[in-house]
Design a binder for this molecule. Structure first.
Ligand SMILES: [Zn+2]
Length: 217
């Protein structure tokens, strides 16, 4: 009679957990390959980038983070749109729009708009640059870099610049029937910013980053 395949025997057959890595995209469990500074490895099932040469990746992410910061300054202070109807025309920036709600009961709305679409995305890129800059130069991470990275990941769901752009486009479609709407430079800056943020977020591979924080050199 053969021995039953109990959970204990199945567990004993598994290699130690520290020798395994899971793909963050499709959860495929695989053995950790030997990592060198030039290793680039992708998931064999879904081809998600798991590990990449850290200097290259970090330099790209820092460049894209700086791009996001510059675009955000333009997106906040340049005119977002101009509305003309009945001979009257009015141009306003996102900063003006947020300040328009800064009196009385709507003040929390004004604060929330600025926090979710401007402050948190800017804070995220600042934390990323703080964490990645010394690593990209081959130095040890600056103090509290791990905490900064954890915080940057924690606030990611609250960083809503892209949701704002989708909302603004829907509102503009409705508004276009009532008045003449001209899109300002800030609208295009915001649109470009959303694309750059998406590329940046896809470029950061967690495994490379946390490995670099653990073993800086
Ligand atoms: Zn995968």
């Amino acid at each position: 009679m053969s021995a039953p395949n109990t959970p204990a025997t199945a567990q004993a057959a598994l290699p130690p957990l520290e020798t395994l890595v899971a793909c963050p995209a499709c959860d495929l469990l695989m053995s950790v390959p030997e990592l060198t500074s030039e290793t680039r490895c992708r998931c064999p099932r879904c081809h998600h980038l798991l590990y990449a040469p850290r200097k290259q990746i970090f330099a790209k992410v820092i460049a894209l983070s700086l791009t996001v910061a510059i675009l955000m300054v333009g997106a906040v202070f340049f005119p977002f749109l101009q509305i003309s109807a009945g001979g009257i025309s009015h141009a306003s920036s996102i900063f003006d729009a947020a300040l328009a709600f800064s009196d009385g009961l709507l003040l929390p709305l004004s604060v929330a708009v600025m926090a979710l679409i401007v402050v948190l995305p800017m804070l995220r890129v600042t934390l990323l640059i703080y964490t990645l800059w010394p690593l990209s130069q081959g130095h040890r991470p600056w103090p509290q870099a791990r905490r900064a990275m954890h915080f940057s990941e924690a606030i990611q769901p609250w960083s809503m610049a892209e949701i704002f752009v989708v909302g603004a486009v829907v509102a503009l479609v409705k508004l276009a029937g009532l008045a003449t709407v001209t899109l300002g430079p800030a609208f295009w800056a915001f649109g470009l910013l959303v694309v750059v943020v998406t590329v940046k977020d896809n470029l950061i591979c967690d495994w490379t980053l946390w490995q670099a924080l653990d073993t800086p050199r």
